[in-house]
Design a protein around this ligand. Structure first.
Ligand code: NAD
Length: 376
C-alpha cells in the first residue's frame, strides 16, 4: 500500500507522521509519499523524511498516487477535485462540526477513518489519539496558567519571608484533567478537583489532588466510562461548591466534557467576578461551549482582572511531541489493518475498525457517527 502524508492548512502546526514513524511504516511494508514541507512546522525537513525512506512530492501527486491519505484535520474542500472513488482518508473528523464535509466525502465514495471515533477500550488504548492530545492539552494548560499568574506555584521560604503555594482548581478529571493535576502538583501547587464520576476519586488522590465530592451525581454504566448530564438539583449544589472553591483559587483548569453534547457550564459570571484579580482560568472545553460562562472560543480575554483562556489549540503549539504521539497512535491502528505484505484489509468485523470507519462504500458505518449525526 502507498500512504500519503498531507501538509496541514491554516494555523495547524502538527503533521500526521514524523520521519521516525516513516521508518515504522516502511517496516510494515508500506510505501510513504510526503507532501513538500508537510513537517516544516513540526520541525521536520523534507530531507529528514527522505532519509527515513519517504518520497517527497507535490500535493497533486501525493493525492493521485496514495491509496490512503493521512492528515491531522480534514483536508480543504478544494481537494475533492483530486480525491477519487474508493480512496481512504484517515483524519480527526469531528463529525458534528464537519457534517457537510463528511456527507460530501460519502457521496464522493471516499472511506473516512475518523481517528476521534476510535473506541475507548483497553485494546484500542495505544491508538487513542484523543487521549494523546488531551495529555498535551492538560500539560500545556497548567504551564500557560503558571506563566500568566503573577504568583509562584510552589511555596517559597526565603529571607524575604514565606510565600504560600498557589491553589489550583481542576474541573473534570478525565485524561486532560489528570495530566493537569500531575503537572500542577509537580510545580508545587495545592490542587482541588471536581468530577461527577466517583471512579476517578482514587486516581485524583494518588496524584496528590483533593477530590471535592458533591452528593447525588448521576452515573450511567452504559455510558462507557463517560460522564452523563446531571439533574438541575445536582447542578445547583455543584455550582455553589465550585463558586466557593474558585474564589479561594488562583487558577482554574476547566476540562469537563460530555461526549456529543455542549460542555457543562460550571463557572458562572458571578463566580468569575468574585475571583481574585490576576487569577487565571484555562478553559479546555472552549470548543464545545466552555465550562466558564464568559469563555470566548479561540480568544484570551480579561474580565474583572481575571484571565480567561479560550484558546484550545495546545497540541498544535506543541507540534513536535504532539505529532510524535499522533503518528505512533496511527501506526498502532494500521498494525491491525494491514497484512504481513503491507496490504490493507479493512475488516469491518473488527470492533476498532468498524467503530472508527465513519463512511465506507457510500454508507455511514460507525454507530457513534450515526448517533451523532442522527442518520440511519
Ligand atoms: P472527557 O473529555 O469526555 O471529559 C473530561 C472529564 O469531565 C470526565 O472525567 C468527566 O467525568 C468530567 N465531567 C463531565 N461533566 C462534568 C461535570 N458536570 N462536572 C465535573 N466534571 C465533569 O473525558 P476523557 O478524558 O475523554 O475520558 C472519559 C473516560 O474515558 C474516562 O473514564 C477515561 O478513563 C476513559 N478513557 C478510556 C480510554 C481507554 O480505555 N482507551 C482512553 C481514554 C479515556
Amino acid at each position: 500500500m502507498i500512504i500519503g502524508i498531507l501538509k496541514e492548512s491554516g494555523s495547524e502546526n502538527r503533521v500526521a507522521i514524523l520521519p521516525a514513524e516513516v521508518v515504522a511504516l516502511k517496516k510494515l511494508g508500506i510505501d510513504v509519499l510526503v507532501e513538500n514541507n508537510a513537517g516544516e512546522r513540526a520541525f521536520s525537513t523534507d530531507n529528514a523524511y527522505a532519509e527515513a525512506g519517504a518520497r517527497i512530492a507535490d500535493r497533486k501527486q501525493v493525492v493521485s498516487e496514495a491509496e490512503m491519505l493521512l492528515s491531522v484535520n480534514p483536508p480543504v474542500y478544494d481537494d475533492f477535485n483530486s480525491f477519487r472513488d474508493g480512496q481512504i482518508l484517515c483524519t480527526v473528523l469531528n463529525p458534528v462540526e464537519n457534517r457537510d464535509w463528511l456527507e460530501k466525502a460519502r457521496l464522493h465514495g471516499l472511506s473516512i477513518l475518523a481517528l476521534d471515533l476510535i473506541p475507548r477500550t483497553t485494546r484500542a488504548q495505544s491508538m487513542d489519539i484523543l487521549s494523546s492530545m488531551a495529555t498535551v492539552s492538560g500539560y500545556k494548560a497548567v504551564l500557560e496558567a503558571a506563566s500568566l499568574l503573577p504568583k509562584f506555584f510552589p511555596m517559597f521560604m526565603s529571607a524575604a519571608g514565606t510565600i504560600k503555594p498557589s491553589r489550583v482548581l481542576i474541573l473534570g478529571a478525565g485524561v486532560a484533567g489528570l495530566q493537569a493535576i500531575a503537572i500542577a502538583r509537580k510545580l508545587g501547587a495545592v490542587v482541588e478537583v471536581f468530577d461527577v464520576r466517583s471512579a476517578v476519586k482514587e486516581e485524583v488522590k494518588s496524584l496528590g489532588g483533593k477530590f471535592i465530592e458533591v452528593e447525588g451525581a448521576k452515573e450511567d454504566i452504559t455510558a462507557g466510562g463517560y460522564a452523563v448530564e446531571q439533574t438541575e438539583e445536582f447542578k445547583r449544589k455543584q455550582q455553589e461548591l465550585i463558586q466557593q472553591r474558585a474564589i479561594a483559587s488562583d487558577v482554574v483548569i476547566a476540562t469537563a466534557q460530555i461526549p456529543g453534547k455542549k460542555a457543562p457550564v460550571l463557572l458562572l459570571k458571578e463566580t468569575v467576578n468574585s475571583m481574585k484579580p490576576g487569577s487565571v482560568i484555562v478553559d479546555l472545553a472552549s470548543s464545545t461551549g466552555g465550562n466558564c460562562e464568559l469563555t470566548e472560543n479561540g480568544k484570551n480575554i480579561v474580565v474583572n482582572g481575571v484571565n480567561i483562556i479560550g484558546k484550545s489549540d495546545f497540541p498544535s503549539e506543541m507540534s513536535s511531541d504532539a505529532s510524535k504521539m499522533f503518528g505512533c497512535n496511527i501506526i498502532n491502528l494500521l498494525k491491525i489493518m494491514v497484512d504481513k505484505d503491507g496490504r490493507l484489509n479493512l475488516n469491518m468485523q473488527d470492533d476498532i475498525i468498524n467503530g472508527t470507519t465513519a463512511v465506507h462504500g457510500r454508507e455511514y458505518i460507525s454507530q457513534k457517527v450515526k448517533q451523532m449525526l442522527n442518520t440511519k
